[in-house]
Design a protein around this ligand. Structure first.
Ligand code: GLY
Length: 330
């Protein structure tokens, strides 16, 4: 277990590692940001934003930026909640969920995908090369292999040992993820939103899902309107945390619709968290974090439990910010 203080120190070390970023409590909403801009969930968002920024600062499309960005944690075995090196399911299989969406409303998703290191790139191909939105399991794997992706072993020796220990201890599945002071690894899904210099917004969301989940379980991350939603005329939102709560309230669709009706990104995220608090009796046992970005580059966030942070990059700032938490406001 880690304390709040040591977590901040740890965040700062991550930040120091990439050089430029500052940390701070989110003052919750920022107006008049110059474009381009990229935001993403958790501290693994810092290096992901750097990769996205390479595309954005060269004048590229936000869709290329979000794909390039989230591929960083997907390929990093130290990030144990996304892609390669992710925590397996109860049977020791690493199964991945991802989706991507652009300003035109085009979308692609993969669920329960095994053996492929970069599910986000498969999701993009589903969007671009098929008449469908979502491919799952064996079909998604065959589609990936047919399109030149390599079959790889995603379970690292560290995660295999972790899983064996979990089995030996006969521990039950726990959905208590990402709650401050309860988990050493304070991160989860990476969700990213970017607007390029031409004002085009795209989003991506990718995860290995809950550690030791039931075989076959799929969470919110690959579900359009749950883990990610983008509307080019309004903005976008992504979610992280216990996916079941986001799925039951169609959280990111709700955030975007609230922004459509005039709310700021931060107020819209807060309302979506409050909807969970109203509808889901045991919500205090879970963490959910939302981040949102409107088409003008204003962003915001909100979460259930203290402990959720997100990374922001513009021409003027490289920051890790703590989201405001509902359980602190109650
Ligand atoms: N938000 C990730 C999951 O529930 O799978």
């Amino acid at each position: 277990m880690i304390s709040r203080r040591s977590f901040i120190t740890k965040s700062s070390l991550v930040v120091a590692g990439i050089g430029l970023a500052k940390t701070g409590i989110s003052t919750n909403s920022f107006q008049n940001n110059k474009l381009p801009i990229v935001i993403s969930t958790w501290n693994h968002g810092l290096p992901a934003n750097e990769a996205a920024w390479k595309v954005l600062s060269a004048g590229g499309h936000s869709l290329d930026a979000v794909e390039a960005g989230v591929r960083i944690p997907e390929g990093d075995p130290k990030v144990i909640t996304v892609g390669y090196g992710g925590i397996p399911d109860a049977e020791g299989k690493v199964t991945l969920d991802a989706c991507i969406m652009d300003e035109k409303g085009r979308a692609g998703c993969v669920t329960y995908l095994q053996h492929i290191k970069h599910p986000i790139s498969v999701a993009r191909l589903v969007m671009e090369k098929t008449p469908h939105v979502m491919l799952s399991g064996k079909g998604a794997l065959e589609f990936a292999l047919d399109n030149g992706f390599k079959k790889e072993k995603l379970l690292t020796p560290e995660r295999k040992a972790h899983w064996k220990k979990w089995k030996k201890e006969k521990r039950q599945f726990s959905n208590k993820i990402n709650i401050e002071n309860q988990e050493i690894e304070n991160h989860d899904t990476i969700g990213m939103l970017a607007i390029d210099k031409d004002g085009r917004i795209s989003g991506a969301c990718t995860t290995s899902g809950m550690g030791f989940k039931m075989p076959g379980r799929v969470g919110d991350s690959p579900i359009i309107g749950a883990g990610l939603f983008v509307d080019g005329e309004i903005g976008g939102a992504v979610a992280t945390g216990s996916g079941e709560l986001v799925m039951k309230t169609l959280g990111t669709f709700l955030v975007v619709e609230l922004m459509r009706n005039g709310m700021s990104p931060s107020r819209a995220c807060e309302e979506a968290v409050k909807r969970i608090a109203k509808k889901i009796p045991d919500y205090k046992q879970h963490q959910i974090g939302y981040i949102a970005l409107n088409k003008d580059g204003e962003y915001g966030s909100f979460c259930i439990q203290p402990g959720f942070n997100f990374a922001v990059k513009t021409d003027e700032k490289t920051e890790l910010e703590d989201a405001e938490a509902w359980l602190k406001k109650l």
